[in-house]
Ligand binder design. Structure first.
Ligand code: HEC
Length: 267
């Protein structure tokens, strides 16, 4: 088997560029996870669980009326600012929020709709936008039937988008794992280690994606499968990219490797 270090410079350059881009990709994937999914911290097992399985204690109304999750006025999901009060400390804001969330905690009974309807439909409140002719008429809040689903806990990752994401990701993972696995075959990493990295990349990708569906369906403890799979794929990809970069950089300086490789090539 020839080594990358003994191949012509253009091959080594191509492999090195690819490996460098893979490292950039791994970095961005981490940044995206920290920044988007968990707001500046490494994602916890609970966040993975809630992302796919939903939170049994939280409804969409809890979310949009939560000043901790959505503190800023320009946050697209800050709806507590439309509770009729002038800011968070206004008693009207507090009273109306308590009225809605008490009703939600009671299971959003139809018998209680009269007490919350004025907030959902009122002018100067939700009714400004979530009603026919308003900027958010596609999510009307004018009848009990409209609001009831938003007062239900759970909220699993919707199946349609999950299928789209899974099929895109699996294809990307497969191509990346294949290219890195072939590349690492041209390095001086010990054969056992190479086999381990190759299996970890493909196996990790499979565990990760299968874990999404299992977590969505059954919740704990499958979130750990998602984390294990993602971790295996990420770590093995980075190690293979580093091995390829290292081998590509050794060109011309590996007399033993080139001699052996030349022999192999001639055979
Ligand atoms: C100024 C217009 C406006 C007002 C007033 C308003 N909303 Fe909204 N609301 C929006 C828009 C726009 C969105 C879509 C946000 C997005 O996802 O980008 C939205 C989204 C929502 C959602 C869906 C969030 C999700 O989970 O995707 C809920 C629930 C909601 N609003 C509830 C309320 C409630 C309750 C009130 C009154 C307290 C209210 N809204 C007042 C404009 C408004």
């Amino acid at each position: 088997m020839p080594r990358l270090a003994s191949l012509p410079a253009s091959f080594r350059l191509a492999a090195a560029c690819f490996a460098a881009l893979v490292l950039g990709f791994a970095l961005l994937a981490q940044a995206n996870l920290w920044y988007q999914v968990s707001g500046g911290t490494p994602p916890s097992a609970d966040q993975v669980l809630v992302r796919y399985h939903g939170d049994p204690d939280r409804t969409r109304l809890d979310d949009v009326l939560d000043p901790v999750a959505h503190p800023d006025a320009d946050d697209a999901h800050n709806m507590w600012q439309f509770l009729g009060g002038d800011g968070w400390n206004d008693p009207t804001t507090q009273t109306n929020r308590t009225t809605i969330l008490t009703w939600v905690r009671a299971g959003a009974p139809e018998s209680g709709w009269q007490s919350v309807a004025p907030i959902f439909t009122g002018m100067g409140m939700c009714g400004d936008c979530h009603a026919a002719g308003g900027p958010k008429a596609d999510l009307p809040l004018t009848t009990y039937a409209h609001v009831f689903p938003l007062a239900q806990p759970g909220g699993r990752y919707p199946l349609g988008p999950l299928l789209i994401s899974a099929h895109n990701h699996l294809f990307g993972f497969a191509v990346l794992a294949l290219l890195l696995s072939v590349g690492v075959g041209f390095t001086r990493a010990p054969a056992r280690l190479r086999a381990l990295l190759i299996l970890a990349a493909s196996g990790g990708a499979a565990l990760d994606i299968a874990g999404w569906f299992l977590t969505r369906a059954w919740g704990a403890p499958f979130q750990f499968m998602v984390m294990l799979g993602g971790g295996l794929f990420g770590i093995s990809s980075v190690l293979m990219a580093l091995a390829i970069l290292h081998e590509a950089a050794l060109g011309g300086r590996s007399s033993a490797g080139s001699a052996g490789a030349a022999g192999d090539g001639a055979a």
